[in-house]
Design a protein around this ligand. Structure first.
Ligand code: ATP
Ligand code: MG
Ligand code: MG
Length: 582
């Protein structure tokens, strides 16, 4: 068992558990409320976290950090993590996103359902509870219906240096506010004509406490509740109640919500006073969001990339979405490893893209079978090899795992080699093929270059060589040939021609949107190249999502969308070494 990584979130949870914070918690609740709105089966003594995405886009690598954190804490402390859709905003949400988010979280290796509990929730299921608590707040004098216009409200809100002014409707009797709230709910008032506001303090130094709106009128159809409601709760009001309703213990969110925490606590305290929730109440804890260099982690920006066709969809392998990373060849294990390595902190910072890439290499190195691919093919003719014949060469399936056995592939008179492995005039220190020089064909014979052919444009179209029949790798005496170069190859008549896609970073700048720059201006137009490669024949049987190390080139995956039976298309997930110079 690996020691659990330590961080401030874990310390928080451990301290709470050590003092038995949840041991005494039961379900209480106002009469009727519990039965209507709570899952009676939920064990209130457990640590409960939640992952609460809004279903308005695809998950990205930043969300993965939150998923790993929340599900990881629950797993490590005998708790549960709730999969909750924060779908209180009627206009932007769609079933397509719900499905893709569930799929992505499951793919990452986390489950919200076990033998005792099914912790899949939709905040929209709580609309009734939110409303019931709103009526309580009004009756208890903690909320009022404000008829000011949006402009008036903005003007009276004050600024960071100036206190706000009370609304003329602030002190209307609760019964009057209650009647208006019910009329709002019943659709008797137009959008924008009034809002329900919390009654807190217009002079608070925290702007979020200056009587924030908690309900607004929207005649919008919701993707799950249809036209049941024409008033919708504000996020800052709904979120703490969602946590309360689910008996969440630690509500982990990103730093920008730090200023919202006093209102989060205010809502829960008032609801607890009203008998809706039992103590201890959920606690909000903030952590720094993930920023990754050379990409953007904002759903809105990713959506813009898709809509403006700067990428080929949400699952484009250049995208930092989980569907994109998956298609690119990332494994769930590599993403979890990455999230463990970056840890959590309280200070915003940037993580280098190289850290993500290294996690993938470290995950795939011990398990990806090896294969040969020539990405930029140039013909090599071994003139003294018998025409029309071939013989088998053998290589380990994995260099450090003999238990995986050997693979074999033919050598013949005509081979494909990498164009960059030949030089007409060798630069200094070049040990590969050039006229007169000898190299070893990896797992095959030593050959000596005898010449080359060019086409009318002066481009080299074939290289000629002769082989030494007693130099075959693995045969006695083969190592009396001392050569410095060792190149990979595939037999031309046996090779599988295939499309291979190579990727570069999506943006040319480490911080694409630094200083308010339009991130789209720094998009890398060369982030995707396609080559016709010549591959080892055995790769014809690659199934979608099968991953390999192509020797010298990196880790590749058979594209899960474009591969066909016997005709795989490969994506390079990551090169063997960090070639970005960072
Ligand atoms: P975006 O800004 O990309 O739209 P969001 O925070 O609005 O993200 P949500 O769907 O609300 O998206 O996110 C669900 C959860 O994922 C939230 O709890 C949020 O804190 C977390 N999350 C989102 N982006 C990141 C990130 N870059 N790093 C860490 N956690 C994140
Ligand atoms: Mg959000
Ligand atoms: Mg957002």
């Amino acid at each position: 068992n690996e020691a659990l990584p330590s961080n401030f979130l874990r310390t928080h949870v451990e301290d709470d558990l050590a003092r038995g914070a949840y041991a005494q918690r039961r379900w209480a609740g106002a009469p009727g409320f519990a039965a209507n709105h709570r899952q009676a089966a939920l064990d209130p003594a457990r640590v409960r976290t939640r992952f609460p995405p809004e279903p308005n886009g695809y998950l990205h690598i930043g969300h993965a950090k939150s998923v790993c954190l929340n599900f990881g804490l629950a797993r490590d402390y005998g708790g549960r993590c709730h999969m909750r859709f924060d779908d209180t905003n009627p206009t932007k949400e769609e079933q397509e996103y719900v499905d893709s988010i569930l799929d992505a979280v499951g793919w990452l290796g986390f489950e919200w359902k076990d033998a005792q509990e099914d912790n899949l929730y939709f905040a929209s299921d709580y609309f009734g509870a939110f409303y019931e608590i709103a009526e309580y707040l009004v009756q208890a004098g903690h909320a009022y219906v404000d008829r000011q216009t949006a402009d008036e409200m903005r003007a009276s809100r004050g600024t960071l240096t100036e206190p706000g002014r009370d609304s003329p409707y602030r002190d209307r009797p609760p019964a009057e506010s209650l009647a208006l709230l019910r009329e709002m709910r019943d659709g008797q008032h137009p959008e924008g004509s009034m809002v329900l506001r919390a009654k807190i303090d217009m002079r608070s130094p925290n702007m979020n406490l200056r009587d924030p709106a908690i309900y607004r009128i929207r005649f919008a159809e919701h993707h799950r509740t249809g036209k049941d409601w024409c008033i919708y709760p504000m996020y800052d009001y709904a979120h703490p109640l969602e946590d309360g309703l689910e008996n969440i213990t630690h509500s982990i969110c990103t730093l920008e919500f730090e200023d919202h925490r006093p209102f989060y606590d205010w809502v829960l305290e008032r609801a607890a006073e009203g008998g809706f929730f039992d103590r201890p109440l959920p606690r909000q804890i903030e952590f720094a969001r993930l920023n990754l260099t050379y990409t953007v982690t904002s759903k809105r920006k990713l959506q813009e990339l898709v809509q403006s066709k700067l990428v080929d969809g949400w699952d484009d392998p250049r995208m930092p979405t989980l569907v994109g990373l998956r298609r690119r060849g990332y494994t769930p294990e590599s993403i979890r490893l990455f999230c463990d390595r970056i840890g959590v902190s309280k200070a915003d910072s940037w993580v280098d893209m190289g850290t993500l890439e290294q996690a993938l290499r470290d995950d795939l190195e011990p398990r990806a079978p090896r294969a040969v691919a020539v990405l930029d093919p140039l013909k090599l003719v071994i003139d003294n090899f018998p025409e029309g014949q071939s013989e088998d060469c053998s290589a380990p399936a994995h260099p450090h795992r003999p238990e995986l056995g050997q693979r074999s592939f033919p050598i013949s008179r005509e081979l494909w080699i990498e164009r960059e492995d030949f030089a007409e005039e060798p630069p200094k220190g070049f040990f590969r093929l050039f006229p007169g020089n000898r190299v070893r064909l990896r797992y095959g014979y030593v050959v000596q270059c005898t010449g080359f052919e060019k086409d009318a444009d002066g481009r080299v179209v074939a290289v000629h060589a002769e082989y030494f029949p007693d130099s075959k790798s693995g045969t006695p005496g083969a190592d009396t040939y001392k050569v410095k170069g060792n190149i990979h190859w595939v037999s031309a008549p046996h090779a599988l021609e295939a499309e291979v896609r190579l990727f570069d970073r999506l943006f040319t700048e480490a911080h694409p949107d630094a200083g308010g720059r339009d991130y789209r201006a720094t998009i890398n137009p060369a982030a995707k190249t396609m080559v016709r490669a010549q591959l080892e024949r055995t790769l014809a049987s690659a199934k979608p999502d099968d991953r390999y190390q192509f020797e010298r080139h990196g880790y590749f995956v058979a594209d899960r969308t474009d591969s066909a039976e016997g005709r795989p298309v490969f994506n390079r997930a990551v090169s063997l070494k960090d070639s970005w110079g960072s």
